[in-house]
Design a protein around this ligand. Structure first.
Ligand code: C2E
Ligand code: MG
Ligand code: MG
Ligand code: MG
Length: 284
């Protein structure tokens, strides 16, 4: 009995693994047509100044409205798109769409200061030779100044990056595009390495924010964040924190000197209209 139960358990595990593989396979195959049919859409999550809660910008986060599976988050399909190379045209679409959206907000809120748009770049896009020309092209066509765009690259994508890989990022940075190091603190990169990278923003990983909430008395993470903020500021980098879910976290991170924040406490990712109304209200 125990044996057959064990056997069933394995069969179930195998069946689940098979089902997942089939789904992955199916999703991978469906990606190109999905892009063509316009099944992807972008949600925007506001980035706010920790000081006064005013809107600093928004991060573009892609989703897939799949005809059978419903809305899928990027963790379900970005790795697949990265694997097949579809991330290049998909990433270009995200950039174009969100830059146009940012320009639209700016035109309607010219008094609200320069609204910024953050767009994620995956490693394969970094390696793609068209990155700089595509970006210049998209900005020009939308009429958005390069200084309003921030490209987010994960720390792990830049670990061990040689000059060839950094060159396009340097070119973009020289044009005024901000480069942010996303999920910072998870990649084990050498802090001294930061000097070499053309980045102007550190996005502190959500795990730091969460540890503020879980261990309010734990001074280790607090000390680490303090250290990162002081290092970042001494290198003239701004610090953004992600995953702020409570007012207490926001207060603590503000206290620690972080500049901007993003998280459910302020707003979940949502339709572009949401950013529009936040800008009208001038705060989150
Ligand atoms: P990320 O760039 O680090 O984006 C932040 C993620 O944290 C988003 O997940 C966001 O919805 C989530 N988040 C925001 N505030 C909170 C909070 O308070 N609590 C919690 N628990 N989560 C929060 P999402 O939208 O599922 O995106 C996951 C990742 O997918 C992103 O991580 C990014 O690496 C990638 N991604 C999203 N859009 C794109 C894209 O257009 N291109 C590429 N290459 N990657 C993308
Ligand atoms: Mg990001
Ligand atoms: Mg992030
Ligand atoms: Mg993250």
């Amino acid at each position: 009995r125990a044996k057959s139960a064990g056997g069933n358990r394995f069969e179930t595990a195998d069946a689940e693994a098979d089902a997942r593989a089939i789904t992955r396979h199916g999703l991978t195959n469906a990606l190109p047509a999905a892009l063509e049919r316009g099944e992807f859409f972008i949600e925007y999550q506001p980035l706010v100044h920790l000081g006064d809660g005013s809107v600093h910008g928004a991060e573009a986060l892609v989703r897939w409205c799949h005809p059978q599976h419903g809305v899928l988050g990027p963790d379900r399909f970005i790795p697949l798109a990265e694997h097949t190379g579809l991330i290049v045209p998909l990433g270009r679409w995200v950039l174009e769409e969100s830059v146009r959206q940012a320009r639209f907000w700016q035109e309607r809120h010219s008094d609200g200061g320069p609204l910024r748009i953050n767009v994620n770049l995956s490693p394969m896009q970094l390696h793609h030779p068209g990155l700089v020309s595509d970006t210049v092209d998209v900005l020009e066509r939308a009429g958005l100044e390069p200084g309003a765009l921030c490209l987010e690259v994960t720390e792990s994508a830049l670990i061990g990056a040689d000059d060839d890989l950094l060159k396009p990022l340097r070119q973009l940075a020289e044009m005024g595009v901000d480069i942010a190091l996303d999920d910072f603190g998870t990649g084990y990169s050498n802090l001294a390495n930061l000097r070499r990278l053309p980045v102007s923003v550190l996005k502190l990983d959500r795990s730091f924010t969460q540890s503020m909430q879980q261990h309010p008395a734990d001074t280790v993470d607090v000390k680490i964040v303090e250290g990162i903020v002081s290092l970042a500021h001494s290198l003239s980098l701004a610090v953004t924190v992600e995953g702020v879910e409570t007012g207490a976290q926001a207060a603590q991170l503000r206290e620690l000197g972080c500049d901007t924040a993003q998280g459910w406490y302020y707003a979940r990712p949502g339709a572009p209209d949401r950013i529009h109304s936040l800008l009208l209200a001038d705060a989150v």
